[in-house]
Design a binder for this molecule. Structure first.
Ligand code: GDP
Ligand code: GDP
Ligand code: MG
Length: 318
């Protein structure tokens, strides 16, 4: 059933969200930029200090290869430019961190399709914030004046459909779900997309059940959900939701999901918690997929498009 509910809330516009939520990021990640700057702002940077810089980056979850690359770049530049001028050192670090995050990557969400609704699938392990992200993203799209419909393809947990329906109804977005617990998630996903086509919606977003990447049958099931949707429509965006607080452990999950459903974007949630900012770099590198959105809290509008420069500025805040 997909009657459009009456909206009771007006979602916050999308512009400037990361700037608004910046304080949450600073709180969780200040370890990294600040201490790095202190280490780099010494007249003489000896080998012990370079080791400490390396250690700091590894502790920030940046990953081994990016850490080595960054240290190498900084060594070269310090050799040429020196480290006496604090403003110069800060600018140097900022530039190199931004380059590492790759400001060239296309982080836009693929939510425009000609003559049919765009289809977005949201996948990941249990508890990472998939349903919350679908709910928050529905609000973003509503704020952009798009007609949205949700598909509750997490049929495994009884409360999941209700959770999603609640998110949608707050902003007038209908949810397609099944009354039958344990219904085939692929068929619910298909129904949602079919309904979106019928209603001429702009975007259909399909929430899925959490699954561990090492459960072959559950990964097969996810592959099937996508294939069944594709009988009706192309899938324009597959968002993998990763919990930033799990750090490098998230990477092995990401690989398997990518193999099964061809992930097109990462949503990194819980960056307001104990997460370390370097994980953004590590994940993009390993997957070759851009981080498109970041979650910075449990509030309905605590989801922001990822912007490399604003992010690095927050990491370097003093
Ligand atoms: P799912 O199992 O992947 O669908 O996860 P849920 O969407 O149900 O979320 C699990 C928990 O994570 C909920 O308590 C959410 O409020 C919380 N959560 C999701 N995103 C964020 C975030 O960005 N920051 C914080 N602090 N909590 C989040
Ligand atoms: P175990 O707890 O490691 O023994 O594994 P389970 O088979 O109980 O499931 C682990 C997680 O996978 C659960 O928390 C469920 O969310 C999910 N899960 C288990 N079976 C299914 C299923 O048939 N479909 C879906 N979508 N998820 C499942
Ligand atoms: Mg869920």
């Amino acid at each position: 059933e997909a009657e459009a509910p009456v909206a009771t809330e007006t979602p916050e516009p999308i512009g400037g969200r990361l700037a608004r939520l910046r304080a949450r990021l600073v709180k969780s990640n200040n370890v990294f930029g600040k201490s790095l700057l202190a280490l780099l702002s010494q007249d003489e940077i000896d080998e012990d200090v370079w080791d400490e810089i390396e250690e700091t980056l590894l502790m920030a979850d940046l990953g081994t290869d990016p850490t080595m690359e960054l240290v190498e770049r900084l060594r070269e530049r310090v050799k040429v430019e020196g480290s006496k001028d604090p403003a110069r050192v800060k600018a140097m670090l900022r530039e190199e961190l931004i380059a590492l995050i790759d400001p060239q990557l296309d982080r836009s969400l693929n939510t425009e399709a000609a003559g049919r609704p765009a289809v977005v699938m949201v996948v990941g392990v249990n508890g990472v914030g998939k349903t919350t992200t679908v709910g928050k993203l529905a609000r973003v799209l509503v704020a952009q004046d798009k007609d949205v419909i949700l598909g509750a393809a997490d049929t495994f947990r009884a409360a999941a459909a209700e959770q999603l329906t609640t998110w949608g109804s707050r902003v007038g977005v209908p949810t397609v779900s099944s009354d039958v617990e344990g219904a085939d998630p692929a068929s619910v996903a298909f129904e949602a997309v079919a309904k979106g086509v019928e209603l001429e919606s702009d975007v259909v977003m399909v929430d899925t059940a959490g699954r561990l990447q090492n459960k072959a049958n559950l990964m097969d099931e996810l592959g099937k959900v996508k294939r069944v949707i594709e009988k009706k429509s192309e899938v324009d965006e597959v968002l993998l939701v990763l919990d930033a607080t799990t750090g490098q452990n998230g990477l092995s999950q990401a690989k398997v999901f990518s193999e099964v459903v061809n992930v097109t974007g990462i949503v990194l949630t819980k960056l307001d918690g104990s997460a370390r900012g370097g994980i953004v770099v590590a994940i993009q590198r390993q997957l070759g997929v851009p981080v498109k959105l970041i979650g910075l809290g449990e509030g309905p509008d605590d989801l922001a498009p990822f912007e490399a420069e604003t992010f690095v500025d927050a990491l370097m805040e003093e």
